[in-house]
Design a protein around this ligand. Structure first.
Ligand SMILES: Cc1cc2nc3c(=O)[nH]c(=O)nc-3n(C[C@H](O)[C@H](O)[C@H](O)COP(=O)(O)OP(=O)(O)OC[C@H]3O[C@@H](n4cnc5c(N)ncnc54)[C@H](O)[C@@H]3O)c2cc1C
Length: 430
């Protein structure tokens, strides 16, 4: 097969999700010649609909805040966490922390949200090629060469001074270079779909995400995408999947039907989309940058979605990657060493949120969460973190440390064991 070589670019971005379109927009607006390759045609379905308030800052920087605001997405003001029996609620009201400057965000059907971001990259001057899949890359003569195929099967090769890999979980660079490490502590399976007619909250809180925490450490999400449509998912720690499936049959609808407090919300509802399943979705790379390449969004790392951090991390790392590429191009320093700050920033952000996410799979943490108290400002500190602030002030950091100290004490005193010896969902169903 003949391979055509196309014009060289300053930056080639692989992937047109939130990470890739952010990186492309920043780099193109800074004057770089950018080619973005996206294997699908937009709009396309993608999971990951619940945003965090900290995204507002990035959407403004990208110049899309107004377009997102005018798009009519459901407004989200907080997150409510429920116990399995529906008796206890912990409400994360984003307006409770002074560190959260704009305490509202959105629930976004990703086909429309990602389209806005991709159009924004085009408007910024990036050339966007949809239906164009990056196949492989190699470093040769001081350039990164990316081989890509279009929908007719024709193959081309484009040289770039910098490659930004934003190919999502596919992880073009991380997989090829063997950089990806699965997180042994966060190995879950998620099944999800969309339903019509699920009972939603009323009033100010109608747009909030609801998380129902099940006693075997699984959880259910309900995200209102419009007044009629709800995105619903069940996340199950891998070690419980076989047992759960044996008991409830279908992991999604069987689980929803087996938890009375959840089943009540689904009376008269119907599923309106296919069921998707994803497994083992927490990982991080050994490093986020190398000679002439940078990893952004899920192409670098991914965290269990319980606190809806994915799109925020994609936007933030995408913007960082765009800026790092511009700086490198300007100084003609594009080695791994030149990208060290980028690498450290991504690692620090990932570590910060991972600590909180891993804690959610600790029964002691869930118990503390269901006794919300703002003594010593702990609730405010949690709100700041769960709004997506990965660089909180030192008081918030101290309060978060205090929270973890209380959780450790809780565990030591065995409170959580007592609570978690209540029947698990499978026992209820059987
Ligand atoms: C079950 C589940 C629930 C989630 N819930 C939430 C949530 O509520 N809130 C939240 O913020 N996040 C959530 N996430 C995370 C969120 O989906 C991701 O973190 C986010 O989409 C990452 O954006 P990205 O741009 O890095 O990757 P993606 O959005 O995956 O975009 C990558 C793009 O690259 C393209 N691509 C892939 N390979 C190639 C190739 N070889 N050539 C060209 N193009 C390519 C793909 O087509 C895709 O469009 C959830 C994730 C899962 C698994």
């Amino acid at each position: 097969m003949s391979v055509q070589t196309s014009v060289e670019r300053d930056v080639v971005v692989v992937g047109g999700g939130p990470a890739g379109s952010s990186a492309a927009a920043i780099a193109a607006r800074g004057g770089a010649g950018v080619l973005l390759l996206e294997r699908e045609r937009f709009p396309r379905f993608h999971i990951g609909e619940s945003l965090l308030p900290e995204s507002n800052r990035l959407l403004r920087e990208l110049g899309v805040a107004e377009r997102i605001c005018d798009a009519g997405f459901v407004v989200k003001r907080g997150a409510s966490f429920w116990s399995e029996d529906g008796e206890r609620e912990s409400y994360i009201d984003f307006s409770l922390s002074r560190e959260v400057r704009e305490p509202r965000t959105y629930q976004v059907p990703r086909d429309r949200f990602d389209q806005i971001l991709l159009d924004n990259a085009r408007d910024a001057g990036a050339e966007v090629r949809e239906g164009c899949r990056a196949e492989r890359f190699e470093l040769e003569n001081g350039r990164i060469w990316v081989e890509h195929t279009d929908e007719s099967g024709a193959m081309s090769r484009t040289g770039a001074r910098v490659l930004i890999d934003a190919s999502g979980q596919r992880g073009l660079v991380a997989r090829a270079l063997g950089l990806r490490r699965k997180d042994p502590q966060l190995r879950s399976v998620a099944v999800h779909s969309q339903f019509e007619g699920v009972e939603q909250l009323d009033g100010e809180r109608a747009g909030d995400i609801r998380i129902v925490s099940l006693s075997d450490l699984s959880w259910v999400w309900l995200i209102p995408l419009s007044p009629g449509v709800t995105s619903v998912g069940v996340v199950v720690p891998r070690e419980h999947v076989a047992r759960r499936e044996a008991l409830v049959g279908d992991l999604l609808e069987g689980t929803l039907a087996g938890v009375p407090s959840v089943a009540r919300l689904f009376e008269g509802s119907k599923r309106i989309a296919p069921v998707h399943r994803e497994a083992d979705f927490s990982y991080a790379p050994t490093h986020y940058a190398g000679d002439r390449w940078l990893l952004a969004g899920d192409a670098g790392s991914f965290l269990d979605p319980v606190f809806s951090t994915g799109v925020l991390l994609a936007l933030e790392s995408g913007c960082d990657a765009g800026r790092a590429a511009l700086r490198g191009l300007e100084r003609n320093e594009l080695s791994a060493a030149a990208f060290r700050d980028f690498d450290s920033a991504q690692k620090a952000r990932y570590r910060f949120f991972r600590r909180m996410v891993a804690a959610f799979y600790d029964p002691a943490f869930r118990d503390v969460m269901f006794r919300p108290s703002n003594r010593a400002g702990i609730l405010g500190a949690m709100v700041s973190t769960l709004a997506g602030n990965s660089r909180p002030g030192w008081m918030t950091r101290c309060r978060i440390n205090l929270l973890f100290w209380i959780v450790a004490l809780h565990r030591r005193l065995g409170f959580s064991e007592r609570i978690h010896s209540t029947p698990a969902i499978g026992d209820v169903v059987s």
